[in-house]
Design a protein around this ligand. Structure first.
Ligand SMILES: CC(C)(COP(=O)(O)OP(=O)(O)OC[C@H]1O[C@@H](n2cnc3c(N)ncnc32)[C@H](O)[C@@H]1OP(=O)(O)O)[C@@H](O)C(=O)NCCC(=O)NCCS
Length: 79
């Protein structure tokens, strides 16, 4: 496997959403990652953020198969 790139957030101005801008940004980002000869993009999206989950689904991203995400809520009793 080649290099791995972490996507630290992709945000479109709320007034401009739903016009294909996010898809174009993602396309440009993927091209840049390929130029760097990296082969994997990873990031986290809160499961409750349905629009973003749907956005990445629609853009061919796969949910948690190559990495397993662990979390611990330190506000929970006994954590
Ligand atoms: C996620 C985000 C970047 C998408 O940008 P966008 O420019 O609105 O997305 P696009 O117009 O390119 O949408 C592409 C596809 O994603 C899906 N999608 C986008 N917004 C959606 C929404 N609100 N609800 C459901 N699906 C959505 C649709 O399938 C859409 O295709 P369609 O328009 O043919 O239905 C944008 O909504 C955003 O900035 N969200 C807040 C920031 C965030 O939570 N980022 C993710 C954490 S990294």
């Amino acid at each position: 496997m080649g290099g791995v790139v972490y996507l630290n957030g992709l945000v479109v101005d709320p007034k401009e959403r739903g016009k294909g801008i996010g898809t174009k940004l993602l396309f440009e980002f993927k091209a840049k990652v390929q130029q760097l000869r990296a082969t994997m993009i990873f990031f986290f999206v809160p499961a409750a953020n349905r629009s973003s989950v749907n956005f990445y689904d629609q853009n061919g991203f796969i949910k948690g198969k190559e990495y397993v995400f662990f979390s611990k809520n330190l506000e929970q009793r006994g954590s």
